[in-house]
Design a protein around this ligand. Sequence first.
Ligand code: ADP
Ligand code: MG
Length: 409
Amino acid sequence: MIEKMKFLSLSDMQLMHKTVLVRVDLNVPTKDGKVTDVTRIESLLPTLQYLLNQQAKIVLISHFGRPEADTNPLKWDQKYSLRFIVPTLEKILNHSVQFVPNCVGSEVGQAIKNAAFPSILLLENLRFHKGEEKNDPFFAKQLAEFTNVYVNDAFSCSHRAHASVVGVTEYLPAAAGLSLECELKHLESCLNKPNHPLVAIVGGSKISTKLELLTNLCQKVDTLIIGGAMANTLLAADGIDVGQSLYEPELFELARTILKTSKAEILLPEDVVVASELTETAKSEVVSIHAITGDKKAFDLGPKTISKIMHVLENAKTVVWNGPVGAFEFAPFAHGTMSIAKALAEFTQKGQCMSVAGGGDSVAALSIAGVKDKLSYVSTAGGAFLEWLEGKPLPGVEALARKYSRTSI
Ligand code: ADP
Ligand code: MG
């Protein structure tokens, strides 16, 4: 858990007619060179509008994909160039954007010098340079060279100790952007100072990917609801025969430790939806967890378990959700996940609880249920959201806090 951290906000800075280096996350999903989801770009609007109102020169920096870094720009694979995103940016920001085909060096300095107040420039993919992922101080200094202030508005990149997130704060006054601040505020209000009862729902396919998450949550929340295939491992560790269901025997020991040491009440499935195959047309049936036989596999929660969960959610004041509780991509096994999504939306809308959800597949499930905008907050930060739930400090946020403790305003 990150402690409540102090850092500078945009409103603490003198930004009028300043040149501002803004770390954003333009690592957006694409298909055939087109952006398929603009959520991340839209989330930048408040910060960029604020800076335009201050007549600032805005210099956007981001990574995109995982290109091979090289000191020779001619060797950069153009498939990873950020140039393609300019038209989409211009449309959403309703402002022209000038692309600069490098992120450091004299070419960048010249472009910034020639730009008007206010203006928006987008620099080339940070990861074309080795120094970015290595958090190399020389590269960080080069990034800072032509600007007056640094702003981090990329919460989703803040779990990585890279030069554009951490190192650069050594060389410029540094502040949090509005979207980063908004994300942190929501996350803190649900785990750092929540209203109780506090309930967490964790699902997904493998315990091994979410061990730290479970370990952290079972010490923090009042009730921990576990679904999805990871529930199978806990049930099996407890001596229940889960048949051919997906589970991880090598994690039995750890699963038992979680069950034994949990401060939270752990709610596991009592009944499940089983089938022999994971398909749209699979013949499914509901069975008790003590009656999973033959080649059957558990792919979703059963009605008894769902109604027990509904009861817990009805009384909850704060709910955190990561991971679908069933193989929701297939209609016969979507009921558990859809029921939870709809119930959370209803209880949130009625003002009964505050709800926060995150995780790639969980957000997809919320979209399918049509309730993505009906929860208190949906985090699209992926890895950063998970690391935050695991209780790990986020290097990008820590860097802002370190800077703050050394700055007097
Ligand atoms: P998120 O992306 O939200 O963090 P995960 O990636 O951990 O979630 O898990 C999502 C995946 O877990 C989905 O593809 C879903 O089909 C799968 N899953 C959930 N329950 C089961 C189950 N009982 N058996 C097999 N797969 C499951
Ligand atoms: Mg996933």
